[in-house]
Design a binder for this molecule. Structure first.
Ligand SMILES: C[S@@+](CC[C@H](N)C(=O)[O-])C[C@H]1O[C@@H](n2cnc3c(N)ncnc32)[C@H](O)[C@@H]1O
Length: 261
């Protein structure tokens, strides 16, 4: 949560920023934490990921200005403030410790609500009006869950919220394995366990198994925003041997059933 906040805030301060996140900068500056010492120099991929999701949400809100966005595992993300159209509603679902920290900087309002609950608890889905337009964001969350739990979560959400849009990101299996072995990003920061890894070409068949009737599955651009790392990530996503072994950002929608969003 702090690592992705740091990436967005550092990106936001650049003159060529791909993301403007003034609230992220405010929160980072207020936290007494050695971000650079723990995380090293941010490459900007997580900021670019957030910017792509922002654009997707803004497009959707253009069609559904009063829609509800549900952000699972939102941490200290300030996306609601970046895309707000003054009418939409937003629900952040996260664990108690994260919501406590979030509320120190981003107090809930009538339109921006918080739910202290695991995303794996189906109770949050049952509280949502299944007829209104819904967009579910799971940014930087699903890789931290066991694969079976991801399947149960998405399968239940598809059944409870037909027609809802969904965006989420994934990591490839090799990266998942490295985190299970104990991968250090810097000497002071060991990446948390990420048990769910999936190759890009497995994503669509897996989603179709978990959520029958799901709509088109689209891969959104996801990589370093500039420089040599950006060229390398563009090359990797086209190279035959490794092109499915990359992080992905996925956009889809649950089968509409009787409801159309
Ligand atoms: C890597 S952070 C990502 C935060 C935010 N989405 C972002 O992109 O900056 C993972 C977040 O998922 C939350 N999380 C982990 N397990 C969860 C669960 N079972 N239910 C809800 N949130 C969870 C953590 O508390 C944390 O806020």
């Amino acid at each position: 949560m702090l690592w992705s906040l740091y990436q967005r805030a550092v990106e936001s301060r650049r003159s060529d920023a791909v993301l403007h996140d003034p609230d992220g900068v405010r929160i980072m500056e207020a936290l007494d934490y050695d971000f650079a010492g723990h995380f090293g120099i941010p490459g900007g991929a997580l900021a670019a990921r957030a910017a792509t999701i922002d654009r997707t949400l803004i497009d959707w809100l253009g069609e559904h200005p009063d829609g509800l966005v549900i952000s699972l595992g939102e941490g200290l993300e300030t996306q609601a403030r970046r895309v707000d159209n003054g009418r939409m509603h937003w629900l952040s679902v996260d664990l108690p410790e994260a919501i406590r920290l979030r509320e120190a900087f981003l107090p809930p309002t009538r339109r921006f609500r918080h739910l202290t609950m695991s995303a794996l608890d189906p109770d949050w889905m049952e509280r949502i009006d299944p007829v209104g337009p819904v967009f579910i964001v799971a940014q930087g969350l699903l890789m931290y869950l066991e694969p079976e739990a991801v399947g149960r979560l998405l399968g239940r959400a598809a059944a409870c919220l037909p027609g809802a849009r969904l965006v989420f990101d994934t990591i490839p299996p090799w990266l998942s394995w490295l985190t299970l072995l104990g991968l250090h990003q810097t000497a002071r920061y060991r990446l948390p366990r990420m048990p769910w890894g999936i190759a890009r070409d497995e994503i669509e068949p897996t989603l179709r198994r978990w959520c029958p009737g799901i709509g088109p599955v689209e891969m959104l651009p996801y990589g370093m925003p500039r420089g040599m790392p950006s060229a390398v990530s563009r090359f990797v996503t086209t190279a035959a041997v490794v092109r499915h072994q990359v992080p992905s950002l996925v956009l889809t929608s649950f089968g509409a059933g009787l409801v159309s969003h």
